[in-house]
Design a protein. Sequence first.
Length: 174
Amino acid sequence: MGTNGSTMLEPLRQGLPPIDPATVSNSASCALPPAYEAVRGARKFTRATLAQWDLTERFDDVALVVSELVTNALRHALPSESTPDYAPEYGSDEGRNTPPVRLHLMRWTSRLVCAVRDPSHKSPETRSRDEDFAAESGRGLFLVDSFSDSWGWHPLAGTLQGKVVWALFRLGQE
């Protein structure tokens, strides 16, 4: 896992909430393996990044949302033959193998965006308010909606295939 600056932000700029991408003050990105242990790695990466940005007070909410977005990507966006030990090639990103799931954290002065990129073009599925929330699974995007200020998704364009699901957190006073 490591950070990556503006080169990874370019495909994320389309479809994000109305924020000027040129004003991003910090960004970090990490590739996640197609294994459920990646959720723990994503939380660890988020903790370290938020500490570096002096945002540790936001960790609990942000980590919950990151966990849900990464879990959804691993569970619903990878090919059906994917198992925790399966690590296929997912195309190329300027000549390099593209990881199946990637976490991006972007900070503006008053906002933080968590974005998870995956190889699927399928839209995220949300539960209707009438469905059974006592069910064992299916509440992830409801939690994302509850703990973030807004969220959404968009398909990627260009050489990257798939989609990005993002969640926005307001920081401080606006």
